[in-house]
Design a protein around this ligand. Sequence first.
Ligand code: SAM
Length: 276
Amino acid sequence: MLSPSTTIEEGAEVLFFVDRRRRWIHRVRRGGVFGSDRGSIPYENVIGRVFGEAVRLSLGFKAYLLRPLLIDYIEKGFERRTQVIYPKDLGFMLILSGIGPGSRVLEAGVGSGVLTAVLANAVRPDGVVVGYELRREFAEVAMENLRRVGLDRFVEIRVRDIREASLNEEFDAAFLDLPDPWTALDVVYRALKPSAPLLVFLPTVNQVEKTYASMRRHGGFVDARCFEILLREYQLVEGALRPETRMVGHTGYILFARKVVRDVREQASSSSSGTA
Ligand SMILES: C[S@@+](CC[C@H](N)C(=O)[O-])C[C@H]1O[C@@H](n2cnc3c(N)ncnc32)[C@H](O)[C@@H]1O
């Protein structure tokens, strides 16, 4: 994905694009064949061409040879063993976090590594994502997904419970996608740089309430905001341009807050009102 070459070399990953629904990522190796319900083509006839060119499949249909983008891997290439965060939410979380090249980011749980890949892509070439994941089998799937897109070198996965982490590092932002993020607030608070943002992804309103209530009791977070992103794609048909009939009805909520330095004296007198 990160290779600058415009020529399709042996071993390159290519997005075979036939139409909106027919798109597949394949690694092209001599001796292999691309096959679909629209026809086939030996990889031999693809290697040496330029990304962006079209080839004719055996049944007469055209397939465009495109360089896969990160979103193509997220939608079509990554192995998924857990629920993952959707692009509509990933994009907004990224802009809210303010991270960029060189940032140090804390994440828990890593799951299939979809959010991790987006974060790693944002912090490269000299930043790092430190991701906590309870289950080794998920951590391995995530690492394999990251390797596939050349982003593994910007990620350190720790197979551990985030709540038991003793973090001496300072992070520019933290991301939580856990069933019970309120239990990790103390650890995350200690790991964040003062003023740094925390982004929490939560599938239910009940979890948002519980996390927000814990933030208020904690007293170390301000500027709390909660968002839900609804994305409606349009059917691009000349003379019949309109929204698609189906849309993703629900994914989850994004809870944002920023770390502040806790005033211990004030905290004692206003523990009931909170700061978030
Ligand atoms: C919904 S998945 C995360 C998906 C991920 N954000 C993605 O986009 O691919 C939640 C993950 O959190 C992990 N998890 C749950 N509690 C955890 C904890 N206390 N510390 C670390 N990981 C945890 C689970 O094992 C699971 O893999």
